[in-house]
Ligand binder design. Structure first.
Ligand code: ADP
Length: 374
């Protein structure tokens, strides 16, 4: 009988697991937040991923559980584990992708390079941290942030006053030094329950307004030493935290050649979309292989360069479907991926990937295709 994979959450990441699941002969179903989600092409149950009974019932219909996002509460994940459900990544690992303070503490214990940071429970503590770090700091809400929401650069604690007021008893915010980075990188690693790992090439991610806009794979001007250093960080984290499935480590590269960990995602990640079309094994297939405990695939790039450009917002007028033939006709070498979402300003509604042996040409082709959806 085919192995049944259940994905909690039905966004574009779950959607992009469907095709490789079909190819591998896995059955895939999703627990969707609502009707008509991106991944509703798979067998779909609609229900609340925060509700223990709903998730436990969904788990009885599959052999292994994995995720489209990291928001399933620890209590629900622990209940699954108590039921004997295979959950990948498991709650012990996932907690580090759910809470940035817990992550910082653990990475410090593992000796992983990261920005200077502190747990700040009061405005007084934050003001002290700011004073020690050149008059500025980055303040983060430890949980629930995404696409730059929950991240603020401040020069005084008063600028985050409402975040402190909203804190529950015993909770705190995360303060970090404002890292003078020259660029952002991402390192992906897949890890099986048995411990086998597969390392992807280091990539450069370009953000606009806190949202990933483009990814260059591999990162330009990344020598062997840099690649070795980031691969080491990725595998040390995957192993140290017991991650199963895909791990993405977001990194800062500083002007003095330091590599510092920003944050972690334990699922396929925007920084790895390029691999669908640019590597022997794409991240969605690799994630499924890892969580199903199948041998991992090679991560070698198919061409010198892969460039991924997000389609953010979508067409100002008209639909994605109307623009599609224009993009395909104009750039027949580019792969277009659409998420089945209605256009909305800033929303990730699709992406395109170009591959080639000349970086400038590859960037041009990807941007040209993406521009048809603006
Ligand atoms: P999110 O969880 O919303 O993705 P991140 O922690 O990744 O939040 O931060 C979003 C962006 O803010 C990062 O991609 C980076 O550009 C910037 N940023 C975050 N932390 C720092 C820092 N300590 N120093 C400088 N810039 C930062």
């Amino acid at each position: 009988m085919a192995l049944r994979v259940g994905v909690i959450g039905a966004g574009q990441l779950a959607r992009m697991m469907i095709a490789p699941a079909v190819e591998l002969g896995l059955e895939i179903s999703v627990l969707a937040e609502a009707e008509n989600m991106s991944a509703a092409l798979a067998a779909t149950q609609v229900g609340d991923y925060r509700d223990e009974q709903t998730v436990r019932q969904f788990a009885t219909t599959v052999d292994v559980i994995t995720f489209d996002h990291e928001h399933v509460p620890q209590s629900v994940l622990r209940a699954l584990e108590n039921d004997g459900v295979r959950v990948h990544p498991g709650p012990d690992a996932l907690q580090y992708a759910q809470d940035k303070l817990v992550m910082r503490q653990r990475l410090a214990e593992l000796g992983i390079p990261q920005p200077e940071w502190a747990r700040v429970a009061t405005t007084t503590e934050l003001d002290a941290f700011i004073a020690e770090h050149g008059g500025r700091a980055v303040v983060k809400t430890p949980r629930g942030g995404y696409d730059g929401k929950g991240v603020r650069v401040v020069t005084a604690a008063a600028e985050a006053a409402e975040w402190f007021e909203a804190l529950a008893d015993g909770d705190a915010l995360l303060a970090e030094e404002l890292v003078p980075f020259v660029r952002e990188l991402a390192q992906q690693v897949a890890r099986r329950p048995s411990g086998e790992m597969a390392v992807y090439p280091i990539v450069e991610t370009v953000q606009r307004d806190g949202v990933c806009a483009e990814v260059l794979a591999p990162a330009p001007r990344a020598g062997e030493r840099l690649a070795e250093a980031t691969a080491h960080i990725g595998t040390a984290i995957a192993q140290g935290l017991g991650v199963t499935g895909m791990l993405a480590v977001e990194l800062f590269e500083t002007d003095d050649q330091r590599i510092l960990v920003n944050e972690l995602a334990m699922r396929p990640h925007n920084s790895g979309h390029w691999s669908q079309d640019g590597a022997i094994t794409g991240q969605f297939e690799q994630h499924l292989r890892a969580v199903a405990d199948l041998p991992l695939g090679e991560t070698t790039p198919l061409r010198e360069w892969s460039v991924m450009v997000n389609i953010l917002g979508g067409p100002e007028d008209g639909t994605m479907a109307e623009r599609l033939p224009l993009a395909l006709g104009d750039q027949p070498g580019v792969k277009v991926h659409t998420y089945g979402k209605a256009p909305r300003p800033g929303r990730k509604v699709g992406h395109v990937t170009a591959v080639g042996d000349d970086l400038d040409d590859t960037v041009f082709a990807a941007r040209a295709a993406a521009n048809h959806f603006a």
